[in-house]
Ligand binder design. Sequence first.
Ligand SMILES: C[S@@+](CC[C@H](N)C(=O)[O-])C[C@H]1O[C@@H](n2cnc3c(N)ncnc32)[C@H](O)[C@@H]1O
Length: 274
Amino acid sequence: MSDEAFQREITARYDAPMYRAMLEVWGDQIHPGLLESEDEELYPAAVKATERLAELAEIRNGIHVLETACGVGGTARFLAATMGCRVTATNISRGQLETSVEWTEGKPGADLISYEFANFEELAYDDASFDVYWCQDALLFSTARSTAIAEAARVVKLGGTIAITDLTVAGDPDAATTAMLADISKPGFWSLESYREALDAAGFDVIASEDWTRHVLPSFLRIRADIIAKKDQLAAIAGVAEVEDTIERYHLWCDAAATGNLGWGAVAGRKRET
Ligand SMILES: C[S@@+](CC[C@H](N)C(=O)[O-])C[C@H]1O[C@@H](n2cnc3c(N)ncnc32)[C@H](O)[C@@H]1O
């Protein structure tokens, strides 16, 4: 069951000027990167994570991908332009969908992409209508993750794949760290193992699982440093107070990452006959 009040909160956050401003930091890849150190740049490392997930999902030319929580369409453009995939890219943020359309116009592969409004917990697509289900760094915003994964299993064809990356809980956090993690994500984080179990329960054989936790702290340190470096530019879009609040929030994310218990990982599965 979707938590509508929470989803309105998330939509408001992604539709707000501060999030538009944050695109100056993220570019069109709104997720951590495979950085080894905070001295590396975020964007190419974030693209690397997308490329790696495409390998794990066995993406091939000509297949039809359903991307949920598509951000501003960075991955959809990547899959269409470099892999020749048809992509139905969906989101609950109408502001981000508008940006996606704007940023896709005239780009390679634009005719292969359609942007549509969809809540990943209640997909209005037919059973077995996609070759691949793709969701990057967004299920952390779900209060009904098993429902979302069951929806994925419903819309993917037999033999098709699912590809997910998400922030996770890694290891065995103590009480103080547990409280810190609860502070930064209301629905709470799953472990990578919980994702593997949920894929299996929904009818996917797990074909890949990679722990990317060592990249979390460098990613968040880099993101925070970039926000601070671009403070004036961001404030011109969203106002000084919003930027200060965002920096405060990223202090919390960095503190959580420094514990080693804020994880990140990728899982992929193939839909089996039931
Ligand atoms: C951290 S961003 C990741 C965006 C994109 N996947 C990427 O990696 O660039 C999280 C995204 O999840 C979307 N989102 C959150 N809850 C959602 C839901 N219930 N259904 C669909 N999208 C959702 C947000 O609007 C936002 O675009």
